[in-house]
Design a protein around this ligand. Structure first.
Ligand SMILES: [Ca+2]
Ligand SMILES: [Ca+2]
Length: 128
């Protein structure tokens, strides 16, 4: 019984948001550029908070205006750490980097944060 209770408490502590945890969600972009032949890109995004790599979104085929469903949770990332996004075009051999966005994490909920790329705009939301 006690062991079960301890497990439940440990789980609750693990899942509870803390002061140093960042959740990134609602990634989307518009106006992304594909190849010179005019084909749209197959975009996906890689996400970091500080030095922690959070992983990458799914990619969307032939889509200059994607909305990604993936969200990211950084357990040990807090105010003034850098959120970094790399937007990539998936290709057969070598993916192309379409742009990079870096911002400094601030407390609170931030929705539809916009970052201009060379071609197009990346939008994301995050909460600290
Ligand atoms: Ca390409
Ligand atoms: Ca491609």
């Amino acid at each position: 019984m006690h062991a079960l209770l301890l497990c439940a408490v440990a789980l609750a502590l693990t899942l509870a948001p803390s002061d140093a945890a960042v959740r990134v969600f609602s990634l989307r972009a518009n106006g992304l550029k594909g190849d010179p032949a005019g084909n749209p890109p197959d975009p996906f995004v890689k996400v970091w908070c500080g030095s922690s790599f959070g992983g990458m979104t799914e990619f969307h085929k032939d889509n200059s205006n994607p909305s990604w469903s993936a969200s990211f949770y950084f357990r040990d990332c807090g105010a003034n750490d850098h959120l970094t996004f790399e937007v990539w075009d998936k290709d057969l051999n070598f993916d192309d980097l379409l742009g990079t966005c870096v911002s400094s994490v601030q407390p609170g909920l931030h929705q539809n944060f916009a970052c201009s790329l060379q071609y197009g705009t990346l939008f994301y939301s995050y909460e600290l």
